[in-house]
Design a protein around this ligand. Sequence first.
Ligand SMILES: Cc1cc2nc3c(=O)[nH]c(=O)nc-3n(C[C@H](O)[C@H](O)[C@H](O)COP(=O)(O)OP(=O)(O)OC[C@H]3O[C@@H](n4cnc5c(N)ncnc54)[C@H](O)[C@@H]3O)c2cc1C
Length: 391
Amino acid sequence: MLGWLIIGGGIHGAHIAARLIGEAGVLPGRLRILDPGVRLLERWNACSAATGMRHLRSPAVHHLDLDPASLDRFAGTPLRRAPGLFAHPYARPSLAFFNEHCDHVIATYGLAALHVHGRAERIELNRDRVLVRTNEGRTLSAARIVLAMGSSDQPAWPAWAGRGEDPCIRHVFALGFRLAEGMRRKQVIVVGGGISAVQVALWLAVGEGRVHIVCRHAPREHQFDTDPGWLGPKLMRGFQRDRDPERRRALIGEARHRGSMPADVMDALRRAISAGKIQWHRSEVCALRPGSEPLRVRLSSGIRLSADRILLATGFETKRPGGLLVDRLIEDAALPCAACGYPLVDEHLRWHPRVFTTGPLAELELGPAARNIAGARRAADRIVASRPSWV
Ligand SMILES: Cc1cc2nc3c(=O)[nH]c(=O)nc-3n(C[C@H](O)[C@H](O)[C@H](O)COP(=O)(O)OP(=O)(O)OC[C@H]3O[C@@H](n4cnc5c(N)ncnc54)[C@H](O)[C@@H]3O)c2cc1C
C-alpha cells in the first residue's frame, strides 16, 4: 500500500509531491502521482503554449520547488544571467525558463518515475485505505490521497459555439489545440477579453491577418488576477475568520480580477489596436450562421463579422472539477459540500481523514489565489503541517 497517491500531475500535484518528499520526508517509493498525460505537467504545457504567452503573470517566487529563491538561483548570478529570463515588474519568469525550472524540480525529486499513467475513475474509501481504480484497469491502494485535478480539463464553451463539432471553431484550452503558423494568415475572431485572449490575439496579429476580439467588457488592467494581499494575513485573516462558506464564495468572486491583464499586455494591446492589427468589439456573439464558409457572425452591437476561424479564449467552467469521479465520492462517503457544490475541508485541506484537496477543490479554505501557483504552495504548507504519521 502506498502512503500517498496524488490524483493529478499538474502544477499542484507536482509541487505537493516535491514538498512531501523534500520537506516532509515521505519516501519516494511510498508516493505516486496518477495522471493521464504522457508526462507530468502536460496540461500546463499545452494550455500555456496555446496562448502564445512569453512570460508568466506571477513573480519569480511562485514555482514548484521548495525554497522560494530556487527559481531566481536557477537563473545564475544577476551579472551573468542570460537576458530575457525575467520580465519587469515583479521579475516574472519567461515561460521557457519557468518550464526549464519545472523540469529541474521534477528531476531533483525523481517525480517522473513516480508518475502512474491513467485517469482515476472511482475512489473507494475503506477503513484503513483508499482504493483508486483507473481507466486502464488498475487499482491503486494508498493510506491517503490528494485530489489535485485542477479545472483545465473543463474549458468553458459558450452555448452558441457548440463543443468542437465545427473544426473552424476551436477552444484554445481544448485537448489537442495548438497555435499554428498558418493561422496568422487567416481572418480570426478571438472570443474573450482576459490575458489569454489578448495574448492569442497578439500572437496572431504578428502576421498579415486582422484579428477581432469580441468581449463583453472593455479591456481591464490588473497586474495580478488577485491582489497579492490574498497570499498573506492582510486579506486572508478576515477570510479565515468568516466561517460561512457562502460569504467566502462571495469574497472569492469579488476578489478575482477575471478577464483582466497586466500592464505590459495592455500596452501591447493598445499598440496593436492603434496599428489597426486588432479590433476590440465590446459586444457578444448573438448569432452564428452554421456551416458557412467563411464563418459569419452577428454581434449584439449589430455588427456583422466574417472570419476563417473563431478561437475561444473563454477560460474554464466554474463548476466543481472532478466530474463524475468527485460526484460519486461525495455520494458514497457523504462528504460535506457548500451550496456552491465545492468541498468543505478542514484547515489542513482534509475533506476526509484520508482525502486531501488542493486547487479549486480547496478554495473555500485557501481563498481566491487557491488555483494559482501560489495556491499550490499554500496548499502544500497546510498539508505538510498536518503531520500525520506518513512515510
Ligand atoms: C494559460 C494559463 C496561464 C497561467 N499562468 C499562470 C501564472 O502565470 N501564474 C499562476 O500562478 N497561475 C497561472 N495559471 C493558473 C494555474 O497556475 C494553472 O492553471 C495551473 O496549471 C493549475 O494547476 P493544477 O495542477 O491545478 O491543474 P493542471 O495543471 O490542469 O493539472 C491537473 C492535472 O490533473 C489531471 N486530472 C484531471 N482529472 C484526473 C483524474 N480523474 N485522474 C487523474 N488525473 C486527472 C489533468 O489531466 C491534469 O494533468 C495559468 C493558467 C493558464 C491556463
